[in-house]
Design a protein around this ligand. Structure first.
Ligand SMILES: N[C@@H](CCC(=O)N[C@@H](CS)C(=O)NCC(=O)O)C(=O)O
Length: 209
């Protein structure tokens, strides 16, 4: 099998890559990295990702890291398979790039901190929680307006712009932050839609808990 994903089940960045592979119906081998044993900081893994983080990815001769770069490679390399995750029209693609940037630069920054607090990795006093809930709320207000006019972030079809959100939203829906998604009707409908996609359910089925 040519495609290999290195990571661990439970990593949101790894989930992003797996979701893209399932959407494209691309077979892959999953290689578990022993994070507790610090395997990701050893030379063999650092040759795949010099930043010592998962995921790392191989497809034949190419080795990649950074989950969003990997999903874009998967979408382009396997363009003729599964869901069309990247739009061909240059104007549509430009709009898609805008929303992928929004996810990475705005949504991820606010939601990542709230996940870290929920996991107990960052000590989150009430002021810090309120600060980041406000940041996320401001982003979701923009999403609510966008999703009122469009079923998905780019238009009528599900793309990587939506897929990139799945891991963080899925996690936060099991925390008190859930209310920020549920109180916005168009965001709520979009969340229900993207988290019930068969490819995402396959990612979730990998988790033993
Ligand atoms: N921007 C990177 C983030 C990767 C990342 O944060 N990976 C985490 C697991 S979700 C990790 O490897 N953490 C271990 C470490 O940083 O030492 C991506 O999207 O691939």
């Amino acid at each position: 099998m040519a495609v290999k994903v290195y990571g661990f089940i439970g990593s949101n960045a790894v989930y992003r890559v797996l979701a893209s592979l399932y959407e494209k119906n691309v077979d892959f081998e999953f290689i578990t990295v022993n994070m507790a044993g610090r395997e990701h900081k050893r030379p063999r893994f650092l040759a795949r990702n010099p930043f010592g983080q998962v995921p790392a990815f191989e497809d034949g001769d190419i080795t990649l890291f950074e989950s969003r770069a990997i999903t874009q490679y998967v979408a382009r390399k396997y363009a003729d398979k599964g869901t069309e995750l990247i739009l061909k029209d240059p104007i549509q693609m430009a709009i898609q790039t805008v929303w992928m940037e929004v996810e990475n630069q705005k949504f991820d920054r606010a939601s990542w901190k709230l996940m870290e607090i929920a996991m107990g990795r960052v000590r989150g006093g009430p002021e810090l929680v309120a600060e980041y809930e406000k940041k996320l709320s401001d982003v979701l207000d923009v999403y609510e307006a966008r999703l009122k006019e469009n079923k998905y972030l780019v238009g009528d079809s599900f793309t990587l712009a939506d897929l990139h959100h799945q891991p963080n939203i899925n996690f936060l829906m099991s925390t008190r932050v859930k209310r920020l998604f549920e109180s916005r009707p168009y965001v709520r409908a979009w969340v229900t839609d993207i988290l019930s996609r068969p490819a995402w359910l396959k990612v979730m089925a990998l988790s033993p808990w």
